[in-house]
Design a protein around this ligand. Structure first.
Ligand code: FAD
Ligand code: MLT
Ligand code: ZN
Length: 462
C-alpha cells in the first residue's frame, strides 16, 4: 500500500468512512473559494466529529508529513480556506462539529463547536433573550470557527468590537496534535499569557479552533434604522460626528453605500432603494433598551437635515422595513460578484482620512486603469471601506491593488481591516508590513508549526 493510501486508511479509522470524501464531484465545493478565484485540488476532505478526532487527524497528517487546510463555511474572501492545486493537501472540514453546548443568559456567554453556523448561534442567543453581536451578510453559512480564525468584523464592530473582543475562551488543536483547552468563560483572567489571542485571526495557520466561548450582550429592545443620502464621504463623516454627539454608544451600525453599490443591488438582486436621487448613502442603526431612543434619533436626523448634512432619507417604521433597508446593504457583495470581475479591497484608514482616501483613490484608479469603475461601500464607522474596483480584465488586479494600497499606506492604513490575508494578499502583506513585524510573525509560526503543515502559503509565504 502506498503512503497516501495508508494515510487515507488511518484517517478513515479515526473519523469513520462517512467522514472522508474522495469523490471528485463531492470535493468540488470544498476545493474553490466563494469568489471562485482560487481553484484548488485536495487529495481528500476529512470531517472529524469531535475535538479528539481533530487531534488524531492532525497527528496522523503530521506523521505522514501531509499539509492540512482547515475549512469552516468557506465564505472567506481571501482564499484562505482552500488547498493549493498540487493534489497533496487535505481539507479538514469542521462541518460535522456543530453543537451549541450552552447558552448562559446571566453570565452572557455561548459555547459552541467550531462548525456551528453563525446564524444558528445568533438564533440560540436570541431565544435566550440575548444578542450575539457578530453580524455579517454571510452569517447563514459562516461558522463560529471560521469567524474566530478570521477575526471577522461585520456591521456591529462600531459598538461591540471585532470577533476578538467577543472571545472569552477557546479550544484549539495545535499543529503537534495536542489539545489546548481554554474554554473558560471568565470576564477577568490575567493568569499568564492570553494565548488564545494568537489563534484569533490566524486564519488556520497556527492551530485548529474546535470550540469557542463567545460573549453575549443584553438584547436591545428597540432599534431605529434609517437610510440617508449625503453629498459625499465628508458629509457622511460629519453625520457620524453628529450621531456620536447625540446618540453616543447607542449607534450600532454606520455603513457607507455608494450609488454604484445600490445600482448593482437593483440590477442583480432586484431590490429598489427607497431614495431615488443621490451619489452616497448612509445606513445608520441605533439600538437601546431604554425608552426615548426613537425621539433622540429623530431629533438627530432633524438636525442633520437642518444643517444640510443629510439631503434625503427614510426611517424604518417597522421591523420589516428595517429589514428591507438592511437587505440593500447585505446584497452588495453578491450583486457585485454577479456583475462581473472586481478587484476587492478591504482597507482601513484613520477616520478623518476617509474622504481624502476616496478622492485620491478614484483619481489614481481612473488614471491608471481606463474604464474601471469603483464600487465603494463598507463600515465607515470603523474607518473600513471595501474600495472595490470593477474591471474588464482581472489581469489588472496587481495594478489596481498597488494603486489603492499605496494610497492606504500613505494614510497610515491597513491593507486588510477584516477579511484577512489568506492567499489573496500574501504578497501585499509582505510589501506593506515592516520587516520586523513580518519576522516576528515568522517566529511565531515556526514556534507553533515548525514543519509548516498547517495551511501553508496562507498569511505568510511558505
Ligand atoms: P472559512 O471561509 O471556511 O475560513 C476562513 C479562514 O479561517 C481560512 O483561513 C480557514 O483556513 C480558517 N478556518 C476556518 N475554520 C477554522 C477553524 N475551525 N480553525 C482554524 N482555522 C479555521 N467578513 C467580515 O469580516 N465582515 C463582513 O462583513 C463580511 N461579509 C461577508 C459577506 C459575504 C456575502 C461573504 C461571502 C463573506 C463575508 N465576509 C465578511 C467574509 C467571511 O464570511 C468571514 O471571514 C467569515 O468569518 C468566514 O467564516 P467561514 O466559516 O466561512 O470560514
Ligand atoms: C461586507 O462588508 O459586506 C463584506 O465585508 C463583504 C465584501 O467586502 O464584499
Ligand atoms: Zn465588510
Amino acid at each position: 500500500m502506498n503512503r497516501q493510501a495508508a494515510l487515507l486508511e488511518r484517517l478513515a479509522d479515526i473519523v469513520g468512512p462517512s467522514g472522508i470524501i474522495t469523490d471528485r464531484p463531492e470535493l468540488e465545493s470544498y476545493s474553490v473559494d466563494w469568489r471562485r478565484l482560487f481553484p484548488g485540488r485536495p487529495s481528500c476532505v476529512v470531517r472529524p466529529s469531535s475535538s479528539m478526532q481533530v487531534a488524531q487527524v492532525v497527528q496522523a497528517c503530521r506523521e505522514a508529513g501531509v499539509p492540512l487546510v482547515p475549512q469552516g463555511g468557506n465564505t472567506g474572501l481571501a482564499g484562505g480556506a482552500v488547498p493549493d492545486a498540487s493534489g497533496t493537501q487535505i481539507v479538514l472540514s469542521l462541518n460535522r462539529m456543530t453543537a451549541i453546548r450552552e447558552v448562559d443568559p446571566v453570565g452572557l456567554a455561548i459555547e459552541a463547536e467550531a462548525g456551528c453556523i453563525l446564524k444558528v448561534a445568533q438564533d440560540a442567543a436570541q431565544a435566550a433573550g440575548r444578542l450575539l453581536p457578530v453580524s455579517l451578510a454571510a452569517e447563514g453559512s459562516a461558522t463560529i470557527g471560521g469567524v474566530v480564525a478570521a477575526n471577522a468584523g461585520g456591521v456591529n464592530v462600531l459598538r461591540y468590537g471585532m470577533t476578538r473582543s467577543l472571545v472569552l475562551g477557546l479550544e484549539v488543536v495545535l499543529p503537534d496534535g495536542s489539545i489546548a483547552n481554554g474554554l473558560r468563560r471568565l470576564r477577568k483572567d490575567n493568569a499568564g499569557y492570553d494565548w488564545k489571542q494568537l489563534f484569533i485571526g490566524s486564519e488556520g495557520t497556527l492551530g485548529i479552533v474546535t470550540a469557542a466561548v463567545l460573549r453575549l450582550v443584553p438584547r436591545p429592545k428597540r432599534a431605529v434604522t434609517a437610510l440617508l443620502s449625503v453629498a459625499d464621504p465628508d458629509a457622511a463623516l460629519r453625520l457620524l460626528e453628529l450621531a456620536q454627539d447625540e446618540l453616543g454608544d447607542q449607534i450600532s451600525a454606520f455603513e457607507l453605500i455608494s450609488r454604484m453599490s445600490l445600482d448593482l443591488v437593483e440590477k442583480h438582486a432586484g431590490l429598489k432603494p427607497p431614495i431615488a436621487e443621490g451619489e452616497w448613502f448612509v445606513l445608520i442603526e441605533a439600538a437601546s433598551s431604554l425608552a426615548g431612543l426613537r425621539e433622540a434619533a429623530e431629533a438627530m436626523l432633524g438636525a442633520a437635515f437642518e444643517r444640510g448634512i443629510a439631503l434625503d432619507g427614510v426611517i424604518a417604521e417597522s421591523g420589516a422595513q428595517a429589514a428591507q433597508l438592511w437587505a440593500l446593504r447585505e446584497h452588495v457583495t453578491e450583486s457585485e460578484a454577479r456583475g462581473g470581475k472586481s478587484v476587492k479591497h478591504d482597507v482601513s484608514v484613520p477616520l478623518p482620512a476617509i474622504p481624502h482616501f476616496v478622492a485620491d483613490a478614484w483619481k489614481a484608479v481612473a488614471a491608471g486603469v481606463p474604464g474601471a469603475r469603483a464600487n465603494v461601500f463598507g463600515h465607515l464607522g470603523d474607518g473600513n471601506l471595501h474600495y472595490n474596483v470593477l474591471v474588464e480584465d482581472s489581469h489588472d488586479t496587481g495594478t489596481v491593488n498597488r494603486i489603492v494600497h499605496d494610497i492606504v499606506a500613505a494614510y497610515g492604513g491597513s491593507i486588510s481591516a477584516e477579511h484577512g490575508i489568506g492567499q489573496y494578499r500574501v504578497g501585499e502583506l509582505a510589501r506593506y508590513r515592516p520587516s520586523t513585524e513580518m519576522e516576528l510573525a515568522r517566529k511565531i509560526k515556526k514556534a507553533l508549526d515548525p514543519e509548516g503543515l498547517l495551511n501553508p502559503g496562507k498569511v505568510l509565504s511558505p
